[in-house]
Write a protein that binds this ligand. Structure first.
Ligand SMILES: [Zn+2]
Ligand SMILES: [Zn+2]
Length: 296
C-alpha cells in the first residue's frame, strides 16, 4: 500500500512543481524577465572578460609559499644535496629535487621536464628533451601538408567561391543541394588549410630559428636577459649549447652520418636524442669538428 502511494506521489509532486513554475512565468512581466535575462548575460560576459587564470587559488598558494620555497632552496644547498653524481645547477622549489641544466618545472604538468621547451596546450603535454624532435617534425610536415593542400586546391576554391557569390544574382543559378554543400566545403577546406599553414608555418619558422641557435623557447628569454646583463658589464655572452647552425640541427635531429638525413629525417624514425638530458656534453663528432676548426 505504502509503495503504491509513493508511486503516485512522485508524479503528482512533479506536476505541481511544473504548474508552479508555469504560474511564476505567467506572473513575471516580460519587461522584468528581459531585464533579468540581460543582467545574467551581462554577468557572464563580465566574468569572461575579467577571468584571470593567474588569479586562481594555485597562484595565491604559490605566492604564500614563496618564503618556504626560498628556505627549502637554501637549506638543501647548505646540506649539500645536489653535490652528487647528477650535474645540477639548482634545486626545484616545487619538487624539492636537484634540477639538471636546461631542466624547468612545468606548473601545468606539475613536474620537472628535461630540456623543457614549452608546455603545448594543443598536445596537452610538455615539449622537452625526448619529444622536441617529434614536435618539430609534426609542425614542419603539417605545414607542408597544409601548403600543398591550399596550393593544390586554389583553382577549385576559386570556382567554388565564384559559385557561392552568384547566389545573390538574378536569376539564381540552379545548383543542387549536393553541389552547394560541395562548394561550401571546398571554401571551408581552403580557408582552414591556409590559416593553419600560416599559423603553424610561423611557429615552425620560429622553432627553426631557435634550433639553429641551440636554444629552447625558455632559454631564449633567459639568454636574452643574460646577454643584456653581461653587455652592461662589457662582457660577451656565449651559449654553451650552441655548436654552430648545421651541427645544432644534426644534434637535434640525431644525424650522425649522411644516410641519416634520409632514414632519420625524411622517413619516420624512433631513434632517441643525443644524451640523457641530464648532462650536456656535445657528441664526439661535434667536439672533433670544433677541434679541427680551432686548429685551422
Ligand atoms: Zn620540479
Ligand atoms: Zn607541461
Amino acid at each position: 500500500m505504502r509503495g503504491q502511494r509513493s508511486l503516485l506521489l512522485g508524479p503528482a509532486r512533479l506536476c505541481l512543481r511544473l504548474l508552479l513554475l508555469l504560474g511564476y512565468r505567467r506572473r513575471c512581466p516580460p519587461l522584468l524577465r528581459g531585464l533579468v535575462q540581460r543582467w545574467r548575460y551581462g554577468k557572464v560576459c563580465l566574468r569572461s572578460l575579467l577571468y584571470n587564470s593567474f588569479g586562481g587559488s594555485d597562484t595565491a598558494v604559490d605566492a604564500a609559499f614563496e618564503p618556504i620555497y626560498w628556505l627549502v632552496d637554501n637549506v638543501i644547498r647548505w646540506c649539500g644535496v645536489g653535490r652528487n653524481d647528477i650535474a645540477t645547477v639548482s634545486i626545484c622549489k616545487k619538487c624539492i629535487y636537484p634540477k639538471p641544466a636546461r631542466t624547468h618545472h612545468c606548473s601545468i604538468c606539475n613536474r620537472c621536464v628535461l630540456k623543457m621547451d614549452h608546455h603545448c596546450p594543443w598536445l596537452n603535454n610538455c615539449v622537452g628533451h625526448y619529444n622536441h624532435r617529434y614536435f618539430f617534425s609534426f609542425c614542419f610536415f603539417m605545414t607542408l601538408g597544409c601548403v600543398y593542400c591550399s596550393y593544390g586546391s586554389w583553382d577549385l576554391f576559386r570556382e567554388a567561391y565564384a559559385a557561392i557569390e552568384t547566389y545573390h544574382q538574378t536569376p539564381p543559378p540552379t545548383f543542387s543541394f549536393r553541389e552547394r554543400v560541395t562548394h561550401k566545403s571546398l571554401v571551408y577546406l581552403w580557408f582552414l588549410c591556409s590559416s593553419v599553414a600560416l599559423a603553424l608555418g610561423a611557429l615552425t619558422v620560429w622553432h627553426a630559428v631557435l634550433i639553429s641557435r641551440g636554444e629552447t623557447s625558455i632559454e631564449r628569454h633567459i639568454n636574452k636577459k643574460e646577454r643584456r646583463r653581461l653587455q652592461a658589464k662589457g662582457r660577451v655572452f656565449r651559449n654553451h649549447y650552441n655548436y654552430g647552425c648545421l651541427d645544432n640541427w644534426k644534434v637535434f635531429l640525431g644525424v650522425d652520418t649522411g644516410r641519416h638525413w634520409l632514414t632519420r629525417v625524411l622517413l619516420p624514425s624512433s631513434h632517441l636524442p643525443h644524451g640523457n638530458g641530464m648532462t650536456w656534453d656535445p657528441p664526439p663528432w661535434v667536439t672533433a669538428h670544433s677541434a679541427s676548426v680551432m686548429a685551422v
